[in-house]
Design a protein around this ligand. Structure first.
Ligand code: GLN
Length: 304
């Protein structure tokens, strides 16, 4: 497969898509990012690497971090996690409060904010220093020793994260947070503020295309069953209330973030990360979604 040519074609195809979405502005630090950025990086399980555009520029990974915290939580508590968070698509916005109320403080899945806040709580309970554990994990998985939190974004989220504060308080009120609300939110806001490039994210996610084994580390990060399950949760919940449309158009397990990044995997073949900051109403990158749709169309391969 000539992925270099395919990425070039994708970059041409997505040009008309710019200007149709809006850069996230509810987190002030994200509003400053230029909307015309576009980068894409694809790594194959057999060591191939292909990139185009701004693939090495770091951006705020936001909710893509939910995949990595889920990985860590699963390795700590295994099946017990699913008593505190579900694994069904939400069909609602990623920060919905009403659904959490209907369902008595058990978030629908770990890819929406409420579910990810519960996952952060698991990390706080089980790690001596949860932020450091997360950094260590992402540095190891990506091979980039200087991956870090963007303090400006983390502060911006903490200052304006009123809805997340409401979700966390509600979870606490229902007995579904073990740690203090502010401590859990501090971890959650920092994980969202991780800054990584498409190149680094494609490496960090490659174990999900490889049965849980990181080709970089030559070691299992997840068991094959855990890896299958994380991919299943991404496929059914990774793009919030637009996940059906994404499966229809793209056909890959994926996770988006409001920084404009999307990570996707084709199990057995590759992990790909794309970044372009303009978002649709669901909070998913417009150009990124179009790029991944072209990828599966041009290669003729998806999970379906
Ligand atoms: N930090 C963002 C929030 O909590 C993450 C949301 C997202 O990327 N969808 O609102």
């Amino acid at each position: 497969m000539d992925f270099d040519r395919i990425l070039e074609e994708i970059a041409q195809h997505v040009r008309p898509c710019f200007g149709k979405g809006r850069v996230a502005d509810y987190i002030p630090a994200l509003a400053a990012v230029p909307g015309d950025k576009f980068g894409m990086a694809l790594r194959t399980v057999d060591g191939g690497y292909h990139e185009i555009g701004d693939a090495r520029e770091r951006f705020s990974i936001q909710s893509i971090s939910k995949v990595f915290t889920l990985n860590i939580a699963v390795s700590y508590v295994g099946e017990a996690l699913w008593r505190r968070v579900g694994r069904e698509p939400s069909g609602n916005p990623f920060n919905s409060l009403v659904q959490l109320e209907y369902e008595q403080g058990i978030p629908r899945n770990p890819m929406i904010n409420a579910g990810a806040i519960v996952v952060s709580d698991v990390l706080l309970t089980h790690c001596d220093d949860a932020k450091q554990t997360l950094l260590d994990r992402l540095r190891a998985l990506s091979g980039a020793a200087d991956v870090g939190f963007d303090p400006v974004v983390a502060r911006s989220e903490a200052e304006t994260g009123f809805i997340n504060r409401a979700l966390a308080s509600f979870l606490k009120g229902h007995g579904n947070l073990e740690n203090e609300v502010e401590a859990v939110l501090d971890l959650y806001f920092h994980q969202c503020a991780l800054a990584m490039s498409c190149s680094e994210l494609s490496m960090a996610a490659l174990h999900l295309a490889n049965g849980g084994v990181s080709p970089l580390l030559g070691a299992a990060v997840l068991t094959p069953q855990q890896s299958k399950r994380v991919n299943a949760v991404m496929l059914t919940c990774g793009l919030y209330d637009a996940v059906g449309e994404f499966a229809f158009r793209v056909g890959l397990p994926a996770k988006s973030g409001v920084g404009g990044g999307i990570v996707a995997v084709l199990p057995g073949h590759y992990a790909v990360a794309v970044w372009s900051p303009e978002l649709d109403e669901s909070g998913n990158s417009t150009v990124g979604g179009a790029a991944l749709e072209h990828l599966t169309t041009l290669t003729g391969h998806s999970v379906f």
